[in-house]
Design a protein around this ligand. Structure first.
Ligand code: CMC
Length: 425
């Protein structure tokens, strides 16, 4: 039997339908609220508001569950490849061997980036943050691919997806090459997608380069863990921008900017910088814990807390284990890992963190692996963006296919009432 919510405003009672998802999450559908009562709801930060129905990712923050298209993140991280997961997220089902091969082949058709894009990247100073450059370059791709994709045309949509997957990886690595003053590299179509990331980043004209398969496997897993996370800040941005029927590249460029902030994807860089600072300061984790608890101090324990998870972020568990394995396999001894473990243990025992359900999130340990793999700190959030790309594409596609209306929230105006104009000059 379908549920109903009853609301009483100024003596007027109205009934609102309650919708239920496939995992029994419920939502009051307020679509007709303003028409019926003249009032709206307000929910800054959307803490209680769903923006859409989605079939892509399920997450239960209380139980610490994350699934893509019904498959657990643990299974996918263990058994699937990043391109396989990308296909799953975007098209809804796991690919057959033949579909996967075709997908990879089709992405390779679009891995060449227009040479004129190099003029654009040349305009940036070497010191520019890679995320700023990535956002600008992604947006610039629109200039070289001006035709807006017709989402109702399956072939066009498929080509746009392959193009985005192919070119984004290349320009993401160009942001690093630029910052180092290295010549920009080309995708090597004889190599796999994640292996190409290493090649694009680190192969120099001065000699041969062979990516370490342990590193390629670790990165593959990290990209899977970042591939989607339902309606987070950057994904909501991608859907919102796309809801005005702006193109895929423009929407993803906006998503990159949203991801950059330290409360979102930028936290992975901030975590490592924080751990380095603690290390330099002599390793006193208690001192930094106290700072994080002090309401007069703006310092927050980066990599801790999550809007949705009130339990362990399942991705953090997998990454913590992977970080230990990668460091051991590569024979890297990093004091930063010890500080991270100490900080985590202390926070998990601390009443402030316990009472607020603040647990380590995906970003807490990812930077430690990236560092061990030789990825520079200010590229960490770019790594997140590469991983998140298939999720953004899948969510953009779903939003357009569902013919969602333009995203346009309302507000409660709290400014001046009408006042007469009198010049202050
Ligand atoms: N350190 C210290 N206190 C914290 C922290 C933290 N990392 N996170 C939350 N709190 C406190 C906060 O001060 C508040 O306390 P009180 O109730 O006394 O006012 C309470 O916990 C609830 O926090 P909130 O800011 O209302 O929660 P939110 O859902 O708005 O914010 C968050 C979630 C992720 C932005 C926040 O936990 C945070 O800033 N964490 C650090 C940054 C970080 O690691 N971000 C990565 C998130 S996961 C990956 C991603 O999304 O990209």
């Amino acid at each position: 039997m379908s549920k109903i919510a009853t609301l009483e405003v100024d003596g007027q009672k109205i009934e609102l339908p309650v919708i239920t998802g496939s995992e029994n999450e419920s939502a009051i559908d307020i679509n007709k609220l303003r028409d019926l009562t003249g009032i709206i709801t307000i929910d800054p930060g959307y803490k209680n508001s769903g923006s859409c129905k989605s079939e892509i990712t399920f997450l239960d923050g209380e139980l610490g569950i994350l699934r893509y298209r019904g498959y657990s993140i643990e299974d996918l991280a263990e058994k699937a490849s990043f391109l396989e997961v990308s296909y799953l997220l975007i098209f809804g089902e796991l690919p057959t061997a033949q579909q996967l091969e075709q997908f990879e082949t089709d992405i390779k058709k679009h891995t060449l980036v227009n040479e004129e894009m190099k003029n654009i990247i040349d305009g940036f100073p070497k010191t520019a943050h890679p995320m700023g450059v990535l956002s600008a370059l992604t947006s610039a791709l629109t200039a070289f691919n001006p035709k807006a994709v017709n989402v109702d045309n399956e072939k066009e949509m498929y080509e746009a997806i392959c193009k985005t997957m192919g070119k984004f990886l290349v320009i993401a690595t160009w942001t690093y090459r630029k910052s180092m003053g290295y010549p920009l590299n080309y995708y090597d179509n004889t190599k796999g997608y994640v292996e190409n990331f290493m090649h694009l980043m680190f192969q120099l004209p001065t000699g041969p380069y062979k990516a370490n398969p342990i590193i390629v496997d670790a990165l593959d897993k990290l990209f899977i863990l970042h591939a989607d996370h339902e309606q987070n800040c950057s994904t909501s941005t991608v859907r919102m921008v796309g809801s005005s029927h702006a193109g895929l590249f423009a929407s993803i460029s906006a998503g990159v900017s949203a991801l950059w902030g330290p409360l979102h994807g930028g936290a992975n860089q901030a975590v490592l910088e924080m751990l380095e600072e603690i290390n330099k300061d002599g390793g006193d984790t208690e001192k930094f814990l106290a700072k994080a608890k002090d309401k007069n101090d703006p310092f927050r324990l980066m990599g801790f807390g999550h809007r949705v998870y009130k339990n362990f972020d399942p991705r953090a568990r997998i990454i913590k284990k992977a970080a230990k394995e990668v460091l051991e396999t590569l024979g890297v001894e990093d004091p930063i890992l010890e500080i991270a473990k100490k900080l985590e243990a202390a926070a998990l025992e601390d009443e402030y963190f316990k009472s607020r359900n603040l647990y380590p999130n995906v970003d807490f340990y990812s930077g430690i692996i990236y560092r061990a793999l030789g990825i520079p700190t200010d590229m960490f959030t770019v790594m997140f963006a590469i991983g998140r790309l298939p999720g953004w594409i899948a969510q953009w596609k779903e939003m357009r296919e569902n013919k969602e209306p333009i995203g346009r929230p309302r507000q409660i105006y709290t400014g001046h009432p009408l006042r007469e104009f009198k010049s202050n000059k």
